[in-house]
Every structure is written in structure tokens, then in C-alpha cells.
Design a binder for this molecule. Structure first.
Ligand SMILES: [Zn+2]
Ligand SMILES: [Zn+2]
Length: 145
């Protein structure tokens, strides 16, 4: 059974709940995620279960044709990445109040990871090309995150 978790930004202007389907955390090492979050972006796949609290001050940055990056308009905390036109949300693991029981299980864009850090966790790793091959809609051709 999925369990409802809560979270929010640094200043509290955004609060949310979500019911992740599993207890897995994924890391993205792509250049955009690293620029946006100041590190690898650690996310929990929340599918269509993300619910924002009343009056949540969420800013939206359309980072590519097919994705948006959402953040707190007051304090700038990166909150989640979502696919345009699909109800899919990848929420910052660090925005949750409690992630006990979770484990880092996958890393994507491993080929873009800078050499100055390495996670010691045993994970499933994919290159950017492998990610696009697995998830990009077949007709987008030049798809970029
Ligand atoms: Zn905030
Ligand atoms: Zn990324």
C-alpha cells in the first residue's frame, strides 16, 4: 500500500502531499538538473499523486519542449520536474519531510556526471541516450531534457 507523504519548500510557501508507488530514489546527473539544483537531482517518482496545498506559490520554468521545472516563487527551492501533457511528477527527494525507508536505486545521465563525485550505492545506471531510447516518445527525434 502506498502511504501519503508530505513535504514543502524551504520557506513553507509551498506544501504538498504525494503517494509514491515505491520506496526508490533516482538521481539525475544531466547538466540541466545540476545547474538547477546545484548538484545531482534526487527524485521520487510520484506519478499522478502530487497534490499541492492551498495557495502554493509555484513557479514554472519550461526547460524543454517536453518538460517543466517547478519551484517555490518565494524561496526558489527546486520542487519537481514534470512531463508536459502527462500527469507525471518527479519530486525532489529532499523536499519531503521524511524519506525513511527509501533507498537510492537508480542513476540516469550517468555519462554527464562530473568526475569530481561518485555515489557508492549499488544502482541501476543509464546514459542519456539510453534514457531517451527508453522513455522519449518515438516521434520527437531531437528530444532533449
Ligand atoms: Zn518557499
Ligand atoms: Zn536531469
Amino acid at each position: 500500500m502506498s502511504k501519503t507523504l508530505s513535504g514543502g519548500c524551504l520557506c513553507g510557501a509551498v506544501r504538498f502531499t504525494a503517494e509514491p508507488a515505491n520506496r526508490e530514489i533516482g538521481a539525475c546527473h544531466c547538466g540541466m538538473c545540476r545547474k538547477w539544483t546545484a548538484g545531482p537531482f534526487l527524485v521520487i517518482d510520484c506519478g499522478d499523486t502530487l497534490k499541492l496545498g492551498d495557495g502554493a506559490q509555484v513557479g514554472v520554468y519550461r526547460s524543454s519542449e517536453w518538460a517543466e521545472r517547478c519551484f517555490c516563487k518565494q524561496c526558489g527551492t527546486p520542487l519537481f520536474y514534470r512531463l508536459v501533457g502527462q500527469n507525471m511528477h518527479f519530486v525532489s527527494a529532499e523536499a519531503f519531510d521524511d524519506r525513511s525507508g527509501y533507498a537510492l536505486t537508480s542513476q540516469v545521465f550517468i555519462d554527464e556526471k562530473p568526475s569530481y563525485y561518485d555515489f557508492a550505492n549499488k544502482t541501476q545506471n543509464m546514459t542519456g541516450a539510453e534514457v531517451f531510447a527508453a522513455f522519449a516518445p518515438p516521434d520527437t527525434g531531437q528530444a532533449k531534457e
